[in-house]
Design a protein around this ligand. Structure first.
Ligand SMILES: *Cc1c(COP(=O)(O)O)cnc(C)c1O
Length: 410
Protein backbone atom coordinates (compact mmCIF):
# COMPACT_ATOMS: atom_id res chain seq x y z
CA UNK A 1 0.00 0.00 0.00
CA UNK A 2 1.37 3.38 -1.01
CA UNK A 3 2.30 5.93 1.63
CA UNK A 4 -0.43 8.45 0.91
CA UNK A 5 0.70 10.89 3.56
CA UNK A 6 4.15 11.54 2.15
CA UNK A 7 3.22 11.35 -1.53
CA UNK A 8 0.34 13.80 -1.06
CA UNK A 9 2.75 16.20 0.58
CA UNK A 10 5.28 15.76 -2.23
CA UNK A 11 2.54 16.56 -4.75
CA UNK A 12 1.65 19.70 -2.79
CA UNK A 13 5.27 20.80 -2.70
CA UNK A 14 5.64 20.21 -6.45
CA UNK A 15 2.57 22.39 -7.03
CA UNK A 16 3.95 25.09 -4.73
CA UNK A 17 7.24 25.08 -6.64
CA UNK A 18 5.41 25.58 -9.89
CA UNK A 19 3.09 28.29 -8.53
CA UNK A 20 5.70 30.57 -7.00
CA UNK A 21 8.03 33.12 -8.51
CA UNK A 22 11.18 31.52 -7.11
CA UNK A 23 13.70 34.24 -6.26
CA UNK A 24 15.71 32.40 -3.60
CA UNK A 25 19.26 32.85 -4.91
CA UNK A 26 20.43 29.37 -3.85
CA UNK A 27 17.55 27.43 -5.45
CA UNK A 28 16.93 26.12 -8.93
CA UNK A 29 14.89 23.55 -10.89
CA UNK A 30 16.79 20.42 -11.97
CA UNK A 31 15.96 18.53 -15.17
CA UNK A 32 13.91 15.34 -15.01
CA UNK A 33 17.06 13.37 -15.96
CA UNK A 34 18.75 14.66 -12.80
CA UNK A 35 15.65 13.70 -10.79
CA UNK A 36 15.55 10.20 -12.32
CA UNK A 37 19.26 9.58 -11.65
CA UNK A 38 18.82 10.72 -8.06
CA UNK A 39 15.75 8.52 -7.61
CA UNK A 40 17.51 5.46 -9.10
CA UNK A 41 18.43 2.08 -7.52
CA UNK A 42 21.94 3.46 -6.94
CA UNK A 43 20.65 4.55 -3.53
CA UNK A 44 20.78 0.85 -2.58
CA UNK A 45 24.53 0.56 -3.01
CA UNK A 46 27.33 0.88 -0.47
CA UNK A 47 30.62 2.04 -2.01
CA UNK A 48 32.95 3.28 0.74
CA UNK A 49 36.29 4.19 -0.80
CA UNK A 50 37.12 5.46 -4.28
CA UNK A 51 36.86 3.95 -7.81
CA UNK A 52 39.13 0.88 -7.98
CA UNK A 53 39.69 0.94 -4.18
CA UNK A 54 36.34 0.10 -2.58
CA UNK A 55 35.60 -1.62 0.71
CA UNK A 56 32.53 -3.36 -0.81
CA UNK A 57 32.01 -5.77 -3.70
CA UNK A 58 29.74 -5.18 -6.69
CA UNK A 59 31.12 -1.73 -7.46
CA UNK A 60 31.94 -2.20 -11.18
CA UNK A 61 29.22 0.12 -12.50
CA UNK A 62 29.40 2.39 -9.48
CA UNK A 63 33.10 2.92 -10.22
CA UNK A 64 32.33 3.82 -13.82
CA UNK A 65 29.64 6.27 -12.75
CA UNK A 66 31.91 8.02 -10.24
CA UNK A 67 34.69 8.21 -12.84
CA UNK A 68 32.31 9.76 -15.36
CA UNK A 69 31.26 12.34 -12.77
CA UNK A 70 34.92 13.14 -11.99
CA UNK A 71 35.95 13.44 -15.65
CA UNK A 72 33.00 15.67 -16.48
CA UNK A 73 33.64 17.94 -13.51
CA UNK A 74 37.31 18.24 -14.53
CA UNK A 75 36.18 19.13 -18.04
CA UNK A 76 33.65 21.83 -17.22
CA UNK A 77 35.82 23.52 -14.57
CA UNK A 78 39.16 22.97 -16.35
CA UNK A 79 40.76 21.55 -13.22
CA UNK A 80 43.13 18.60 -12.62
CA UNK A 81 41.67 16.82 -9.58
CA UNK A 82 38.09 16.50 -8.29
CA UNK A 83 36.42 14.71 -5.39
CA UNK A 84 32.69 14.30 -6.14
CA UNK A 85 31.67 12.64 -2.87
CA UNK A 86 30.82 15.50 -0.45
CA UNK A 87 27.20 15.22 0.68
CA UNK A 88 26.77 18.99 0.93
CA UNK A 89 28.60 22.29 0.78
CA UNK A 90 29.02 22.29 4.54
CA UNK A 91 30.55 18.83 4.63
CA UNK A 92 32.88 19.74 1.71
CA UNK A 93 34.15 22.71 3.70
CA UNK A 94 34.53 20.58 6.84
CA UNK A 95 36.59 18.06 4.85
CA UNK A 96 38.86 20.78 3.45
CA UNK A 97 39.51 22.43 6.82
CA UNK A 98 40.23 19.13 8.57
CA UNK A 99 42.43 17.76 5.79
CA UNK A 100 44.63 20.84 5.35
CA UNK A 101 44.68 22.37 8.86
CA UNK A 102 44.96 21.42 12.52
CA UNK A 103 42.06 22.01 14.87
CA UNK A 104 42.59 25.42 16.48
CA UNK A 105 44.40 26.94 13.48
CA UNK A 106 43.64 30.49 12.41
CA UNK A 107 41.38 31.01 9.37
CA UNK A 108 40.19 34.27 7.83
CA UNK A 109 36.71 34.26 6.27
CA UNK A 110 34.02 36.74 5.23
CA UNK A 111 31.72 37.66 8.07
CA UNK A 112 28.15 36.38 7.98
CA UNK A 113 26.40 39.76 7.91
CA UNK A 114 28.46 40.85 4.87
CA UNK A 115 27.56 37.72 2.93
CA UNK A 116 29.83 34.99 4.31
CA UNK A 117 28.49 31.47 4.87
CA UNK A 118 27.89 29.78 8.24
CA UNK A 119 30.83 27.46 7.51
CA UNK A 120 33.14 30.49 7.12
CA UNK A 121 33.51 30.87 10.87
CA UNK A 122 30.11 31.44 12.46
CA UNK A 123 30.19 30.80 16.20
CA UNK A 124 27.11 28.55 15.98
CA UNK A 125 28.75 26.35 13.29
CA UNK A 126 31.44 23.63 13.51
CA UNK A 127 33.81 26.05 11.76
CA UNK A 128 33.65 28.51 14.64
CA UNK A 129 33.83 25.65 17.17
CA UNK A 130 36.89 23.93 15.73
CA UNK A 131 39.01 26.79 14.37
CA UNK A 132 40.06 30.26 15.40
CA UNK A 133 38.22 32.33 12.82
CA UNK A 134 38.78 35.98 12.01
CA UNK A 135 36.69 37.92 9.53
CA UNK A 136 36.72 40.57 6.86
CA UNK A 137 33.62 42.46 5.75
CA UNK A 138 32.76 44.90 2.98
CA UNK A 139 33.63 48.58 2.67
CA UNK A 140 31.09 50.63 4.61
CA UNK A 141 30.66 53.25 1.91
CA UNK A 142 30.77 51.14 -1.27
CA UNK A 143 29.55 47.71 -0.13
CA UNK A 144 32.45 46.15 -2.10
CA UNK A 145 35.21 44.01 -0.62
CA UNK A 146 38.12 46.33 0.14
CA UNK A 147 41.20 44.25 -0.70
CA UNK A 148 43.57 46.70 1.01
CA UNK A 149 41.60 46.20 4.22
CA UNK A 150 41.74 42.41 3.77
CA UNK A 151 45.53 42.67 3.38
CA UNK A 152 45.76 44.72 6.58
CA UNK A 153 43.77 42.13 8.56
CA UNK A 154 45.92 39.35 7.10
CA UNK A 155 49.11 41.15 8.10
CA UNK A 156 47.84 41.35 11.66
CA UNK A 157 46.20 37.91 12.00
CA UNK A 158 48.62 35.80 9.90
CA UNK A 159 46.01 33.09 9.19
CA UNK A 160 46.91 29.58 8.01
CA UNK A 161 44.02 29.74 5.54
CA UNK A 162 41.95 32.42 3.82
CA UNK A 163 38.42 31.59 2.67
CA UNK A 164 36.93 33.67 -0.13
CA UNK A 165 33.53 33.25 -1.72
CA UNK A 166 30.15 34.08 -0.25
CA UNK A 167 26.42 33.50 -0.07
CA UNK A 168 25.20 37.06 -0.49
CA UNK A 169 27.82 39.19 -2.25
CA UNK A 170 26.73 40.58 -5.60
CA UNK A 171 30.06 41.66 -7.08
CA UNK A 172 32.90 39.80 -8.83
CA UNK A 173 35.42 38.27 -6.46
CA UNK A 174 39.05 38.99 -7.36
CA UNK A 175 40.59 35.55 -6.80
CA UNK A 176 43.95 36.66 -8.16
CA UNK A 177 44.15 39.45 -5.58
CA UNK A 178 43.14 37.00 -2.83
CA UNK A 179 46.00 34.73 -3.93
CA UNK A 180 48.50 37.59 -3.73
CA UNK A 181 47.23 38.36 -0.23
CA UNK A 182 47.44 34.67 0.80
CA UNK A 183 50.96 34.36 -0.58
CA UNK A 184 52.09 37.37 1.43
CA UNK A 185 51.74 35.28 4.62
CA UNK A 186 52.06 31.78 3.14
CA UNK A 187 48.36 30.99 3.77
CA UNK A 188 46.31 28.41 1.88
CA UNK A 189 43.62 30.02 -0.26
CA UNK A 190 40.25 28.28 -0.37
CA UNK A 191 37.58 29.56 -2.76
CA UNK A 192 34.03 28.50 -1.91
CA UNK A 193 32.15 29.19 -5.16
CA UNK A 194 28.91 27.46 -4.10
CA UNK A 195 26.73 30.28 -5.37
CA UNK A 196 28.55 31.25 -8.55
CA UNK A 197 29.88 27.94 -9.88
CA UNK A 198 27.43 27.89 -12.81
CA UNK A 199 28.62 31.36 -13.83
CA UNK A 200 32.24 30.19 -13.50
CA UNK A 201 31.64 27.13 -15.72
CA UNK A 202 30.07 29.39 -18.34
CA UNK A 203 32.92 31.92 -18.18
CA UNK A 204 30.55 34.58 -16.83
CA UNK A 205 32.54 35.01 -13.59
CA UNK A 206 36.37 34.79 -13.36
CA UNK A 207 37.41 31.27 -12.32
CA UNK A 208 39.39 30.62 -9.14
CA UNK A 209 40.87 27.28 -10.26
CA UNK A 210 44.24 28.76 -11.22
CA UNK A 211 44.47 30.99 -8.15
CA UNK A 212 43.00 29.15 -5.17
CA UNK A 213 44.83 26.13 -3.72
CA UNK A 214 41.49 24.43 -3.27
CA UNK A 215 37.97 25.16 -4.52
CA UNK A 216 34.67 23.92 -3.10
CA UNK A 217 31.21 24.29 -4.57
CA UNK A 218 27.72 23.01 -4.02
CA UNK A 219 26.13 21.40 -7.08
CA UNK A 220 22.53 22.55 -6.55
CA UNK A 221 22.66 26.33 -6.94
CA UNK A 222 23.54 28.05 -10.27
CA UNK A 223 25.10 24.73 -11.36
CA UNK A 224 21.53 23.29 -11.45
CA UNK A 225 22.38 19.79 -10.24
CA UNK A 226 21.33 17.63 -7.28
CA UNK A 227 21.86 18.74 -3.67
CA UNK A 228 25.53 18.03 -2.92
CA UNK A 229 29.05 19.37 -3.43
CA UNK A 230 32.48 18.76 -4.96
CA UNK A 231 36.06 19.72 -4.06
CA UNK A 232 38.62 20.69 -6.73
CA UNK A 233 42.34 21.43 -6.88
CA UNK A 234 45.25 21.52 -9.33
CA UNK A 235 47.71 20.45 -6.62
CA UNK A 236 48.47 16.73 -6.37
CA UNK A 237 49.60 16.80 -2.72
CA UNK A 238 46.56 18.77 -1.62
CA UNK A 239 44.33 16.35 -3.53
CA UNK A 240 45.79 13.33 -1.69
CA UNK A 241 44.96 15.01 1.62
CA UNK A 242 41.47 15.96 0.46
CA UNK A 243 40.72 12.38 -0.62
CA UNK A 244 41.45 11.13 2.92
CA UNK A 245 39.71 14.16 4.38
CA UNK A 246 36.41 13.24 2.69
CA UNK A 247 36.62 9.46 3.27
CA UNK A 248 37.28 8.16 5.90
CA UNK A 249 37.83 11.35 7.93
CA UNK A 250 34.43 13.07 7.61
CA UNK A 251 32.14 10.80 5.57
CA UNK A 252 31.28 7.12 5.21
CA UNK A 253 29.59 5.68 2.12
CA UNK A 254 29.13 8.09 -0.79
CA UNK A 255 25.61 8.86 -2.05
CA UNK A 256 26.06 7.14 -5.42
CA UNK A 257 22.58 8.10 -6.65
CA UNK A 258 23.48 11.73 -6.02
CA UNK A 259 26.89 11.31 -7.68
CA UNK A 260 25.12 9.90 -10.77
CA UNK A 261 22.82 12.93 -10.73
CA UNK A 262 25.87 15.21 -10.42
CA UNK A 263 27.33 13.50 -13.52
CA UNK A 264 24.09 14.19 -15.42
CA UNK A 265 24.13 17.84 -14.33
CA UNK A 266 27.77 18.21 -15.47
CA UNK A 267 26.75 16.71 -18.82
CA UNK A 268 23.98 19.31 -19.14
CA UNK A 269 26.43 22.06 -18.13
CA UNK A 270 28.74 21.14 -21.01
CA UNK A 271 26.22 22.26 -23.66
CA UNK A 272 26.23 25.73 -25.24
CA UNK A 273 22.68 26.22 -23.88
CA UNK A 274 24.14 26.27 -20.37
CA UNK A 275 26.40 29.19 -21.26
CA UNK A 276 23.41 31.09 -22.64
CA UNK A 277 21.44 30.22 -19.52
CA UNK A 278 24.13 31.67 -17.23
CA UNK A 279 24.39 34.83 -19.36
CA UNK A 280 20.63 35.26 -19.06
CA UNK A 281 20.71 34.77 -15.27
CA UNK A 282 23.00 37.82 -15.04
CA UNK A 283 20.97 39.87 -17.54
CA UNK A 284 17.87 39.14 -15.45
CA UNK A 285 19.59 39.94 -12.13
CA UNK A 286 20.75 43.29 -13.52
CA UNK A 287 17.28 44.01 -14.93
CA UNK A 288 15.48 43.10 -11.70
CA UNK A 289 17.87 45.09 -9.49
CA UNK A 290 17.56 48.18 -11.74
CA UNK A 291 13.77 47.84 -11.82
CA UNK A 292 13.62 47.68 -8.02
CA UNK A 293 15.99 50.65 -7.65
CA UNK A 294 13.72 52.58 -10.04
CA UNK A 295 10.81 51.76 -7.71
CA UNK A 296 12.61 53.20 -4.68
CA UNK A 297 14.32 50.12 -3.23
CA UNK A 298 17.80 50.37 -1.78
CA UNK A 299 19.97 47.69 -3.43
CA UNK A 300 23.42 47.03 -1.87
CA UNK A 301 26.25 48.21 -4.19
CA UNK A 302 23.51 49.64 -6.45
CA UNK A 303 23.36 46.58 -8.67
CA UNK A 304 25.03 43.28 -9.36
CA UNK A 305 27.69 41.47 -11.40
CA UNK A 306 26.25 38.03 -10.76
CA UNK A 307 23.01 36.14 -10.17
CA UNK A 308 21.80 37.93 -7.06
CA UNK A 309 21.61 41.08 -4.95
CA UNK A 310 20.52 42.15 -1.48
CA UNK A 311 17.83 44.78 -0.80
CA UNK A 312 18.35 46.92 2.31
CA UNK A 313 14.88 47.45 3.84
CA UNK A 314 15.78 49.81 6.68
CA UNK A 315 14.32 52.91 4.99
CA UNK A 316 11.16 50.94 4.12
CA UNK A 317 10.42 50.30 7.80
CA UNK A 318 9.89 46.58 7.37
CA UNK A 319 12.19 43.74 8.50
CA UNK A 320 13.60 41.02 6.26
CA UNK A 321 11.45 38.42 8.00
CA UNK A 322 8.26 40.50 7.66
CA UNK A 323 8.85 41.22 3.97
CA UNK A 324 9.76 37.60 3.24
CA UNK A 325 6.51 36.43 4.90
CA UNK A 326 4.48 39.10 3.10
CA UNK A 327 5.89 38.11 -0.32
CA UNK A 328 5.42 34.43 0.54
CA UNK A 329 1.70 35.05 1.09
CA UNK A 330 1.59 36.26 -2.53
CA UNK A 331 3.53 33.35 -4.09
CA UNK A 332 6.86 35.16 -4.31
CA UNK A 333 9.73 33.31 -2.63
CA UNK A 334 12.76 35.25 -1.37
CA UNK A 335 15.09 34.70 1.56
CA UNK A 336 15.66 37.28 4.22
CA UNK A 337 19.23 38.39 4.54
CA UNK A 338 21.37 40.32 6.92
CA UNK A 339 22.96 43.50 5.64
CA UNK A 340 26.48 44.63 6.64
CA UNK A 341 26.42 45.77 10.30
CA UNK A 342 22.77 44.69 10.55
CA UNK A 343 21.08 46.12 13.64
CA UNK A 344 18.73 43.10 13.67
CA UNK A 345 19.68 39.50 14.52
CA UNK A 346 19.94 37.05 11.55
CA UNK A 347 16.56 35.43 12.31
CA UNK A 348 14.83 38.80 11.76
CA UNK A 349 17.39 40.71 9.64
CA UNK A 350 17.05 43.96 7.69
CA UNK A 351 17.27 42.79 4.11
CA UNK A 352 16.08 40.31 1.53
CA UNK A 353 18.28 38.46 -0.94
CA UNK A 354 16.95 38.09 -4.47
CA UNK A 355 18.36 35.78 -7.12
CA UNK A 356 17.41 34.94 -10.70
CA UNK A 357 18.74 31.37 -11.37
CA UNK A 358 15.33 29.71 -10.93
CA UNK A 359 13.17 32.20 -12.84
CA UNK A 360 15.74 32.12 -15.65
CA UNK A 361 15.47 28.31 -15.76
CA UNK A 362 11.76 28.93 -16.40
CA UNK A 363 12.71 31.06 -19.41
CA UNK A 364 11.61 34.36 -17.92
CA UNK A 365 13.42 37.38 -19.33
CA UNK A 366 13.83 41.12 -18.82
CA UNK A 367 10.16 41.84 -19.50
CA UNK A 368 9.10 39.51 -16.71
CA UNK A 369 11.72 41.08 -14.40
CA UNK A 370 9.93 44.43 -14.80
CA UNK A 371 6.66 42.73 -13.99
CA UNK A 372 8.15 41.00 -10.92
CA UNK A 373 9.56 44.34 -9.69
CA UNK A 374 6.03 45.77 -10.04
CA UNK A 375 4.62 42.89 -8.01
CA UNK A 376 7.20 43.31 -5.23
CA UNK A 377 6.73 47.04 -5.10
CA UNK A 378 2.90 46.88 -5.07
CA UNK A 379 2.86 44.14 -2.47
CA UNK A 380 4.91 46.46 -0.26
CA UNK A 381 2.69 49.49 -0.99
CA UNK A 382 -0.60 47.64 -0.46
CA UNK A 383 0.61 45.45 2.40
CA UNK A 384 -2.39 46.47 4.50
CA UNK A 385 -4.98 46.28 1.73
CA UNK A 386 -6.29 42.70 1.65
CA UNK A 387 -8.36 43.14 -1.49
CA UNK A 388 -5.55 44.71 -3.48
CA UNK A 389 -3.14 41.97 -2.31
CA UNK A 390 -5.56 39.27 -3.44
CA UNK A 391 -5.65 40.71 -6.91
CA UNK A 392 -1.81 40.93 -7.07
CA UNK A 393 -1.58 37.27 -5.97
CA UNK A 394 -3.83 36.31 -8.88
CA UNK A 395 -1.58 38.19 -11.30
CA UNK A 396 1.47 36.37 -9.88
CA UNK A 397 -0.18 32.99 -10.52
CA UNK A 398 -1.09 34.06 -14.04
CA UNK A 399 2.55 34.87 -14.73
CA UNK A 400 3.97 31.60 -13.36
CA UNK A 401 1.32 29.57 -15.22
CA UNK A 402 2.73 30.99 -18.46
CA UNK A 403 6.26 29.74 -17.63
CA UNK A 404 6.10 26.04 -16.79
CA UNK A 405 9.13 24.40 -15.14
CA UNK A 406 11.11 22.80 -18.01
CA UNK A 407 11.61 19.03 -18.00
CA UNK A 408 14.92 19.24 -19.85
CA UNK A 409 17.48 21.87 -20.76
CA UNK A 410 19.51 20.22 -23.53
C1 LIG B 1 25.16 27.17 0.11
C2 LIG B 1 26.54 27.39 0.58
C3 LIG B 1 27.25 26.40 1.30
C4 LIG B 1 26.64 25.20 1.95
O1 LIG B 1 25.88 24.36 1.30
P1 LIG B 1 24.95 23.27 2.02
O2 LIG B 1 24.86 22.26 0.93
O3 LIG B 1 23.69 23.95 2.37
O4 LIG B 1 25.67 22.74 3.22
C5 LIG B 1 28.58 26.63 1.57
N1 LIG B 1 29.18 27.77 1.20
C6 LIG B 1 28.52 28.75 0.55
C7 LIG B 1 29.26 30.01 0.18
C8 LIG B 1 27.18 28.60 0.24
O5 LIG B 1 26.53 29.60 -0.36
Amino acid sequence: MKDKVVFDLIAKEAKRESNVIELIASENYVSSDVLVAQGSPLTNKYAEGYPGRRYYGGCAFIDEIENVAIERAKGIFGVKFVNVQPHSGSSANLSVYLSLLKVGDKILGMDLSSGGHLTHGSSVNFSGHLFKFFSYGVDRSTGYINYDDVQKIVNKVKPKMIVCGSSAYSRFIDFERFRTISDSVGAILMADISHISGLVVAGEHPSPVNFAHVVTTTTHKTLRGPRGAIIMTNDHDIFEKIQKGVFPLTQGGPLMHVIAAKAVAFYEASFPQFKIYQKNIIINAKALSSALIARGFDVLTNGTDNHMFVVNLIKKGITGKEFQDLLDSCFIAVSRSTIPNDPKPPYISSGIRIGTPAVTSRNMSEREMEQIADFISSIYLYRKDKQKLDSICKDVLTLTSKFPIPKSYV
